[in-house]
Design a protein around this ligand. Structure first.
Ligand SMILES: Cc1cc2nc3c(=O)[nH]c(=O)nc-3n(C[C@H](O)[C@H](O)[C@H](O)COP(=O)(O)O)c2cc1C
Length: 185
């Protein structure tokens, strides 16, 4: 079965974007679209980046584990909050830590904010970094505005019908890219 890794990068106390990661996991599994797992960067507590994994002599078990999880996923969803127009340092840490693991990896980006703009400014910087590292960014958007009103702590959407309709388009683009990659070998 297709596997989708959902990266939840916020390590902030009282974080809210994690709600959207929980929603995607539930949505994907309830609709039997793929096997979904959350890669929660709060669980890893990585130190600041000091070298790429393939250049390290004594990699931490966490670094090896995350590399293996990204490598084995057929596709990735990144649920990123917007901090001052950019993406969180915790996510940059992981983008830079890995290298070959990102190559031709289909990656769909969902942006989140607690205001009215849905993290619209973070997409360009994250997309550019992923393009530089040779990932395949999927041309689909899933901006979330006013996240605490839109999803509860368990990822249950306030308006399920509207959320599911948007998720259907977003996830199907990711699955199309995953399938295209499988066909190309
Ligand atoms: C340091 C910081 C900077 C932020 N900058 C922005 C911003 O530039 N644009 C925006 O729409 N929201 C911004 N916000 C609000 C966040 O989008 C909102 O707090 C969101 O819930 C953050 O995700 P998190 O709760 O998972 O950490 C910022 C929040 C923080 C903590």
């Amino acid at each position: 079965m297709t596997t989708i890794a959902i990266i939840s990068p916020s390590v902030r106390r009282g974080r809210n974007s994690h709600r959207v990661a929980l929603y995607f996991k539930n949505y994907i599994e309830e609709n039997n679209l793929a096997q979904a797992e959350i890669i929660d960067l709060k669980d890893y507590d990585f130190p600041l980046f000091d070298e790429r994994l393939h250049q390290q002599n004594d990699p931490s078990p966490g670094a090896l584990e995350i590399a293996s999880r990204i490598r084995s996923a057929d596709g990735v969803i990144i649920v990123t909050p917007e901090y001052n127009g950019g993406y969180p340092a915790s996510l940059k840490n992981v983008v830079d830590l890995l290298y070959d693991e990102w190559r031709r990896k289909p990656v769909a980006i969902s942006t989140v904010s607690d205001g009215p703009f849905g993290g619209s400014q973070v997409i360009t910087s994250l997309q550019f970094s992923l393009w530089k590292i040779r990932a395949w960014t999927v041309p689909a958007m899933f901006p979330v505005i006013r996240v605490t009103e839109a999803f509860d702590e368990n990822g249950v959407p306030a308006d399920r019908k509207a959320a599911d309709r948007r998720a259907a388009g977003f996830v199907s683009e990711l699955l199309w890219c995953i399938e295209a990659k499988v066909r190309m070998g």
